[in-house]
Design a protein around this ligand. Structure first.
Ligand code: DAH
Length: 339
């Protein structure tokens, strides 16, 4: 066989032979076949160079040396690859009956679970969903809600200001204004979403979730407010909870109420969570203030309405018996997996 033919054949097969090697032993025999000092194919070719004339010696010599170098490098590479991989021994003792690694399934965050529960209950009562921006103007977040310029909520200490006129909304109440501006009564909406306040301790995080509610029609009464919220609280906690409405103050409602439920931990015997009172404060509500109606150009002689706002984290903490709100947002899987 001519030198040319032998060389072409070697060049075309060596790499395939090398790549199929599964062990150091296989590799060694391939190495010997090509690079062996005495009978290696490449050395045989080098020896055969002596029979050629000068011109051919030069031409084939360079090609053979090039091939030799390529084979050497590939052998070294394969060697380190084989010795770093699993040894044959571990392959032999692989036990296919051992249990596999369980995949890490994702699931719904506890706040989302409770948020969805709340939304479902109100949808069942015929409420529609509304949303609004988390970056709000001073007007929607405060002014239109009858929150006066000197109100503490407007303090830099409590509110994240983005500019003189822009804030991260401190509550979902501005959605009330946006909805009333865009449609006429009857209105029956809830507005779930994120809100922001400069506050952080066991019961406050700078971002948390609220659900706002608003009903406006021609003859809405405080009795309607009480029955809707009573029904909601019985559905979200348990049909055995008692509700209590205490007079309170919000600038956008008049009269205003704070709503309590009987303590879900001690059945009103008095415990650490309810501080011995037997009651847990759960949400704020009231009849829409005529000043708010006039911001949206509703006739307050013709229409009445009620509004409420509740904190989702607070409800989730009471439902699941969690005493530190920050746990929801630390993303510790040992906590999150429990829901
Ligand atoms: N916006 C109030 C807050 O964040 C909650 C609230 C109270 C909303 C009474 C209402 C309401 O709609 O009527 O503290």
């Amino acid at each position: 066989m001519s030198m040319e033919k032998q060389l072409v054949e070697l060049e075309s097969v060596w790499n395939d032979e090398l790549q199929v090697c599964q062990s150091i032993e296989d590799l060694e025999s391939v190495r010997l076949k090509y690079l062996g000092r005495k009978s290696g194919l490449i050395h045989q070719l080098l020896r055969a160079l002596g029979t050629l004339d000068l011109e051919e010696k030069k031409k084939f010599g360079a090609r053979i040396n090039h091939l030799k170098q390529a084979v050497q490098e590939a052998v070294e590479q394969k060697q380190s690859h084989l010795s770093s991989g699993p040894s044959e021994k571990t392959i032999d003792t692989f036990d296919p009956t051992l249990p596999g690694k369980a995949p890490n399934n994702g699931h719904v965050h506890p706040i989302t679970i409770v948020m969805n529960d709340i939304i479902e209950i109100f949808r069942g009562m015929g409420f529609d969903l509304a949303t609004g921006p988390e970056v709000e103007t001073d007007y929607y977040n405060f002014e239109a809600l009858n929150i006066p310029k000197d109100h503490p909520a407007r303090d830099m200490q409590d509110t994240f200001y983005l500019s003189d006129d822009l804030v991260l909304r401190t509550h979902t109440s501005p959605v009330q204004i946006r909805v009333m501006e865009s449609q006429q009564p009857p209105i029956r909406i809830i507005a779930p979403g994120k809100v922001y306040r400069r506050d952080a301790d066991v019961s406050h995080t700078p971002m948390f979730h609220q659900v706002e509610g608003l009903i406006v029609d021609t003859s809405i009464t405080m009795g309607n407010l009480m029955s809707v919220l009573d029904q909601f609280l019985k559905e979200i906690f348990s049909k055995n909870v008692q509700t209590r409405f205490r007079p309170s103050y919000f600038s956008f409602t008049e009269p205003s109420a704070e709503v309590d439920i009987s303590c879900v931990f001690c059945s009103q015997k008095g415990c650490r969570v309810c501080k011995g009172s037997g009651w847990l404060e759960i949400l704020g509500a009231g009849m829409v203030d005529p000043a708010v109606f006039s911001s949206v150009k509703y006739d307050s002689e013709k229409f009445t309405g009620f509004a409420f706002g509740l904190g989702v984290e607070r409800i989730a903490m009471l439902k699941y018996g969690i005493n530190d709100i920050r746990l929801f947002f630390e993303n510790d899987m040992r906590f999150l997996r429990q829901f």
